[in-house]
Design a protein around this ligand. Structure first.
Ligand SMILES: Cc1ncc(COP(=O)(O)O)c(C=O)c1O
Length: 370
């Protein structure tokens, strides 16, 4: 008997992500420069840790309401209120991943099309197909802007969702305000729902990132997270906000999937929302600048303004990004090939969430490969 016979077609179709493959390789190398990690290198600020410990020690360890702790939801509402004519619905989620699962489950019928930028975050293709949607990746090379002009030719009568991600993973590009405004206009014209994945919204270095809730709050489902901003990716915290009927539906679904976000982490995030992370943001702006300085001239890239990624063109002498990444591994440098995030394999992603000395050493090794 083979146990594989019991697996669903849906599950069998899932390949190990290109990033996970690099993680596994990293485990076999001693002391590599690891540019593959998608999380900040700073730790959770102490008051936030203390709030989690305090919650655990005082017995606040059970389920919460599915929608989340009232005091946390009130804080989130307070932050968003000014964008909405009437208070939006707010749901505390298990990371942005939890929000994405609920959002797509709540909205996709078989054959509905979801448009998003290529390169894209690794989960999008899988999630859309699990919920019977059709992914429409829109090529955004070489500047990685998702403009209304680029989206329009992909629209069909089945187009339902415009999935935005700015600041972007894997490119680090932050969409200009005017691009967002025009995308919102396009969504109005073609009756699209916007799902806005803003997990990196606190990490924008040249100008504040713009959200579609500023122009089209009535058709935007906002997804934000705490993991990347506060160095707590393992705590699995995020939120969804948007028109109340939509959020009520997500809340109903959450009851049966995640039940609620972890209670101690919810208490900690109340403190996180009062914690200033501008020193960390400044540090990351400096890291971005170091990489620009170190790699300009040797490589071609769209200068990133947010998150902690560069998406860099592979020099012509390499047949593909996968080949380049293999050559980099020989120099004990780990990067992720573009094929993990794209229909093409011409670029590689680095995350600069590393101590400055490691960052400089890694860039030196990358220069030697160019
Ligand atoms: C664009 C984007 N969306 C969502 C996620 C998932 O976030 P979370 O860890 O909060 O589930 C990530 C994580 O890397 C991401 O880069």
């Amino acid at each position: 008997m083979s146990i594989e016979q019991f697996l669903s077609r849906r599950a069998v179709g899932v390949k190990e992500s290109g990033i996970r493959r690099i993680f596994n390789l990293a485990a076999t190398l001693t002391d590599p420069i690891d540019f593959s990690i998608g999380q900040p290198d700073y730790d959770v600020p102490l008051p936030i840790k203390q709030a989690a410990i305090q919650a655990i020690q005082s017995g606040r360890n059970g389920y919460t309401l599915s929608q989340g702790l009232p005091e946390l939801r009130a804080k989130i509402l307070n932050r968003l209120e000014k964008f909405y004519p009437a208070p939006p619905g707010v749901l505390v989620t298990c990371g942005v991943s939890g929000g994405l699962v609920l959002a797509l489950l709540a909205t996709l019928n078989p054959g509905d099309e979801v448009l998003f930028a290529d390169p894209y975050f690794v989960s999008y293709l899988n999630l859309v197909s699990w919920f019977d949607g059709i992914s429409k990746p829109i090529i955004t090379y070489p500047d990685f802007r998702l403009t209304a002009e680029r989206v329009e030719p992909f629209l069909t009568p089945k187009s339902k969702i415009l999935l935005l991600n700015s600041p972007n993973n894997p490119t680090g590009v932050v969409y200009p305000e005017e691009d967002i405004r025009r995308l919102c206009r396009l969504a109005e014209k073609h009756n699209l729902l916007i799902i806005s994945d803003e997990i990196y919204c606190d990490l924008s270095y040249d100008h504040p990132s713009t959200s579609p809730i500023e122009f089209a709050p009535q058709r935007t489902l906002l997804l934000r997270g705490f993991g990347k901003s506060y160095g707590m990716t393992g705590w699995r915290m995020g939120y969804a906000a948007g028109p109340a009927p939509l959020i009520n539906t997500l809340t109903n679904l959450q009851q049966y999937i995640f039940v609620c976000a972890p209670q101690p982490a919810q208490h900690a995030v109340v403190t996180a929302m009062e914690t200033d992370i501008s020193p960390q943001v400044e540090q990351y702006r400096q890291k971005r600048n170091i990489v620009v300085q170190e790699l300009a001239g040797a490589y071609e890239f769209a200068r990133p303004s947010g998150g902690f990624y560069f998406f860099i063109k592979v020099p012509q002498k390499y047949e593909s990004a996968t080949r380049f990444v293999e050559a980099a591994i020989e120099k004990k440098v780990l990067c992720v090939p573009g094929s993990a995030f794209s229909q093409q394999d011409t670029h590689f992603r680095i995350s600069y969430a590393l101590p400055d000395d490691r960052l400089r050493e890694g860039c030196k090794r990358l220069r030697s490969l160019a």
